[in-house]
Design a protein around this ligand. Structure first.
Ligand code: NIG
Ligand code: FE
Length: 416
């Protein structure tokens, strides 16, 4: 007997276990009057209502979707979700003319959140993260990548990653942890960055990897933060310990960070607002995913990444929130899809694929999540309306009717 049968839905999904690219990025499959069967948290059947109802009329639970769209849960492959405190004062400073980097260089920005996070206990961070996870789930996100990077010393980076582990156990949301000790240069090492890099490489990376606290390693490669050479050194050190590399690349200035994709196996280059042609070549040649974060460009009032050019050049594109208290304070993938479609010239199908299957591939989860297919985890959402098109079309409201994680209903947002 199966645990759950959803009937009478409009199923929309990409298919496969690897990233869709080029014109393939717009390929989604539709089953009208569709049904799915779930057992032990896994999708065991997908088809027409008539056919599945015959087979599974004895299912433990049967849900009539009444024509609502059924989509894979969103995957958010780039967040800085572990933090306490907000930075609305800096938001105001930016609106009044200060730049993001001016605020960081004056000891604010990431460094203000570092101060707050260092004061918090592991348990406080975990509790707060479980609360944030509820918001992610209610906006249809069922898996997020979550980074450290507000500790910037051994004890506090480890504390952040342990908080992710606790939240992963306590919340239905799945977390994929990333170590980003090189997220900024801590104030106490302002005049000795070399020494800090040495600590990241020789103390933090071995401990984080040996204790399985992170799966990925990331670096904020940026003018005035970490150079491409420093980034390469840190990523290679991580790779030696089995940590999978990612890069914050070409967010504020283009200094050659994306070129690294040809030198080391990078799972994704993220941001790419200032991507140049040599960076584009590196992405094409290496087959590296581009994870675009339109919420950041929107909130920083910067030009958007050129999604069209990337897709048309055959680069796999994923979308993410970059959820953080500085440059993009939103947990909402539906808002990100809206920005992708209305301000980045992406087709609705491309933005949908970029938020599901391609997003799963950006964090090496293409085999288990990101589509509605037999054998994949039963992470899915029902929309209030009958098509994915309503996400960007009916913008600015929550389109989610219900979120299911491993076949269990975990959110039912009530606003309309
Ligand atoms: O991706 N730029 C680096 N990191 C984040 C921002 C983090 C913060 O401002 O707290 C980003 O934009
Ligand atoms: Fe980021």
């Amino acid at each position: 007997m199966i645990d759950l049968l959803i009937i009478r839905s409009n199923i929309y999904t990409p298919k496969g276990t690897s990233a869709l690219k080029g014109r393939g990025t717009r390929k989604i499959h539709h089953i009208s009057d569709g049904a799915i069967g779930v057992k032990d948290g896994v999708i065991v059947d997908v088809g027409k209502t008539g056919e599945l109802f015959e087979k599974y009329r004895g299912a433990k639970e049967i849900v009539d979707a009444k024509g609502r769209a059924l989509l894979p849960g969103f995957v958010d492959p780039h967040t800085h979700a572990v933090f306490v405190g907000t930075r609305e004062n800096e938001f105001k400073m930016r609106l009044e003319g200060k730049t993001y980097m001016e605020i960081l260089n004056a000891g604010g920005g990431i460094l203000s959140t570092v101060k707050r996070v260092r004061e918090a206990s592991r348990e406080e961070l975990a509790k707060d993260l479980v609360e944030k996870a509820r918001t992610f789930l209610s906006y249809g996100t069922t898996t997020i990548e979550a980074k450290s990077g507000y500790g910037l010393d051994f004890e506090n980076e480890v504390k952040m990653l342990e908080a992710i582990k606790i939240a992963d156990k306590e919340s239905p949301l799945d977390f994929v942890p990333t170590f980003i000790g090189a997220h900024a240069v801590p104030l106490e090492f302002k005049s000795d960055k070399e020494k800090y890099i040495d600590i990241v490489i020789n103390e933090m990376i071995p401990y984080v990897a040996e204790n399985r606290l992170a799966e990925f390693i990331d670096v904020f490669c940026e003018e005035g933060v970490y150079t491409p050479d420093e980034t390469l050194k840190i990523l290679e050190a991580g790779l030696k310990y089995g940590l999978k590399p990612k890069i914050h690349s070409d967010e504020i200035k283009s200094i050659g960070c994306t070129d690294l994709a040809e030198k080391v196996k990078v799972y994704s280059c993220d941001h790419l607002l200032k991507l140049d042609s040599s960076g584009l070549d590196a992405l094409k040649k290496s087959g590296t995913m581009a994870t675009l974060l339109p919420g950041t460009a929107f909130s920083l009032k910067e030009g958007f990444a050129d999604a069209r050019r990337l897709i048309d050049n055959g680069v796999g594109v994923a979308l993410a929130t970059d959820f953080n208290p500085g440059s993009s304070y939103s947990e909402s993938m539906p808002s990100i899809i809206t920005l992708g479609v209305l301000l980045m010239d992406m087709l609705p199908e491309e933005a949908f694929v970029a938020s599901t299957l391609n997003a799963a591939c950006a964090i090496d989860r293409g085999k288990s999540i990101g589509s509605i297919e037999v054998g994949k985890q039963a992470d899915f959402i029902l929309l209030k309306e009958n098509s994915y098109l309503f996400i960007p079309y009916h913008y600015g409201v929550n389109p989610i009717f219900e979120t299911y994680k491993r076949g269990r209903r975990v959110a039912h947002p009530t606003d309309c």
